[in-house]
Design a protein around this ligand. Structure first.
Ligand code: ADP
Ligand code: MG
Length: 586
């Protein structure tokens, strides 16, 4: 299929979304190398859809796309390195500096062994080619070099250019841009489009979605789509008015919003390819999964977290406030404190992670297209989230520990949380596991609002099924509780406290028990008269266990609790993987 001078050849491509919704009507087109092409049409006509079909972000349902003569779907791993793509949303993190943004992208995308000097050379080159090395007009000379500025301090136009700069680092031969000029003011547009024009002259084919008629002055060719994904025009900008027999581009827009007029001008493909696969999936290699990628991803993520000092401060303030409140409200270490400690650990984990994937979805998707490995991505998140959770749990447990050790309580002189190190370790494990729940929500839903709506719904069962608010009294409720960290956390933490006393032949009720439960609880098939924190949980009603309604204390040891939490974590990890994997073929 190699044809000289062609960058892209699309043959009979058609796009159907789910429920047979039309994305694109069949169309064919050739795009010459080194040309600068504008893609126009009324809102919702399928411009972004076409762009995604051509670059593999969301492949066509039927038909074939060839990039430099290679089938996009069959040779995606080869072809993708030639493709630069900036979707409508920014694909850069706002918290990083411009230099770090480009540096990490280079580390993640460029081949192993690319030297730092080479990376710096490329960064300077792309900044220059996008005219980003010049100072803004309003800038005084002593103002920061753009490389040192944080992305969030940039103007919309500069941010867009940094997104493009990220793509240019790998020197792609084709660059797809979705509405890059929308956030720009007219003056910036001129310098921006001139720099693109130069790029095209130097050898990069550029396909740019735009709404602005004045952008046509800079491009070599225009592709115009009418409503419902019909191709109605492809040719030089000078011919467009004649073709539609109108006097301004605005009129073309209004005409092409009318389906009847569109159907008259629709350019159906002459060549069609039978396609057998109506659910195309791109072949991706696993070649780029490596420890190196994990290292740079985790490092970047940590950098993002530490740069956002306001948020970091709030994260660490949380355990201080909650720990302080618990200390204030409870005068002694009782079951309520134990329960709230576990629920706080769960809360920290879920709330730390719930926004972390959904908040950077455009970035994730773009990097996934390029070379990101899903497991590497999840692990990089977990490493940093674990660190944060550890800090929070440490602060929280320290407050609780010291508060209840030093406060004299006349009835229970020895009351305090113990043993400290095990408590921290156990709570950390719970919090880490809760991070996986948050990450799952973050990977499953498509926007942050939805995630934030669902977070409380996932937390409620943790609270309700822990056996503290109420007794578990039916098999169904009990089985549901097996799927919550609330249950395993509270049970395990209580067992840990009790274990401390049992090991030392101390009388637990003299130290920890505000209310003694005369029924005792089940242990190794016998009713035990001992009393401890564990027994105060409404998890093992002796009568219900006798009647066979409840399973009760299934495992009866600390390790079983840890294994249960571990299993829940593994399930969550798999769910995260599945949700992320599903995003590939949306
Ligand atoms: P635009 O020309 O404004 O970029 P799009 O290509 O984004 O238009 O969308 C074209 C049509 O396809 C719209 O009606 C849109 O609602 C629909 N569409 C886009 N993406 C999806 C999707 N992932 N699933 C279902 N429908 C979609
Ligand atoms: Mg669009």
């Amino acid at each position: 299929m190699e044809e000289k001078g062609l960058s892209i050849k699309a043959v009979g491509i058609t796009k159907r979304y789910s429920k047979n919704k039309i994305g694109l009507q069949p169309m064919s087109m050739d795009i010459k190398s080194k040309s600068f092409v504008a893609l126009m049409g009324p809102s919702g006509c399928g411009k972004s859809t076409l762009l995604k079909c051509l670059n593999g972000d969301n492949p066509a349902t039927y038909g074939e796309v060839y990039i430099h003569g290679l089938s996009l779907l069959d040779h995606y791993d080869l072809v993708k390195k030639n493709i630069g793509y900036v979707p409508q949303d920014d694909i850069i993190h706002r918290e990083l500096s411009v230099y770090k943004t480009l540096f990490y992208s280079a580390k993640l995308r460029l081949p192993d062994g690319t030297s730092n000097q080479e990376i710096d050379r490329r960064i300077d080159k792309v900044l220059k080619s996008l005219k980003l090395d010049q100072h803004d007009q309003g800038d005084t000379p002593d103002q920061k070099d753009i490389k040192a500025k944080k992305v969030k301090e940039l103007s919309g136009g500069q941010r867009k250019r940094i997104s493009i700069a990220v793509e240019l680092l790998t020197e792609p031969s084709i660059l797809f841009l979705d509405e890059p000029t929308s956030p720009l003011d007219p003056e910036t547009i001129d310098s921006f489009l001139n720099s693109l024009k130069e790029l095209a002259k130097e050898g990069t084919t550029i396909i740019m979605v735009t709404h602005k008629p004045e952008d046509l002055n800079y491009v070599d060719e225009v592709v115009f789509l009418g409503v419902k994904g019909h191709l109605v025009f492809k040719g030089p900008p000078a011919d467009i008015l004649k073709h539609f027999n109108v006097s301004s581009i605005i009129e073309v827009y209004s005409e092409m919003s009318d389906l009847k007029a569109v159907k008259k001008l629709y350019q159906a493909p002459s060549d069609t390819l039978p396609s057998t696969d109506s659910n195309p999936k791109i072949s991706r290699s696993k070649a780029d999964s490596s420890l190196r990628q994990l290292y740079w991803l985790a490092k970047r993520y940590l950098n993002i977290k530490t740069n956002d000092s306001g948020n970091l401060f709030l994260l660490l303030l949380q355990p201080l406030i909650v720990g302080g409140l618990v200390s204030l409200v409870f005068s002694e270490f009782r079951i309520g404190v134990l329960f709230l400690t576990v629920i706080s650990a769960i809360w920290f984990g879920v709330s730390n992670s719930a926004k972390e994937i959904v908040g950077e979805l455009p970035i994730y998707k773009r990097e996934r297209m390029y070379n990101l490995n899903i497991n590497t991505y999840i692990l990089s998140k977990l490493i940093v989230l674990a660190l944060i959770a550890l800090l929070q749990v440490l602060i929280f447990t320290t407050i609780i520990y010291f508060n209840f050790s030093f406060r004299a309580v006349s009835e229970f002189p020895d009351t305090y949380l113990r043993p400290f190190a095990f408590s921290v370790a156990f709570l950390f494990f719970i919090s880490f596991s809760a991070s996986l729940i948050g990450l799952f929500l973050s990977s499953y839903f498509s926007n942050t609002e939805k995630v934030m709506t669902v977070v409380p719904i996932t937390l409620m069962p943790q609270i309700m099924l822990a056996g503290v608010m109420t007794k578990l009294d039916s098999r169904i409720v009990e089985i549901l509780s097996f799927f919550t960290l609330g249950r395993w956390g509270t049970e395990g933490f209580a067992r840990m406290q009790d274990g401390y006393f049992q090991d030392r032949d101390m009388e637990p009720e003299s130290v920890i028990i505000p209310e003694f439960n005369p029924d005792g609880y089940y242990k190794n098939d016998c009713k035990c008269e001992t009393s401890g924190a564990l027994e105060q949980l409404g998890l093992y009603d002796a009568d219900l266990i006798d009647k066979g309604v409840l399973i009760g204390d299934v495992f009866n040891n600390q390790y079983a609790n840890l294994i249960a939490v571990g299993l829940l974590s593994v399930i969550m990890y798999l769910l995260i993987f599945i949700s992320l994997n599903k995003k590939d073929s949306l």
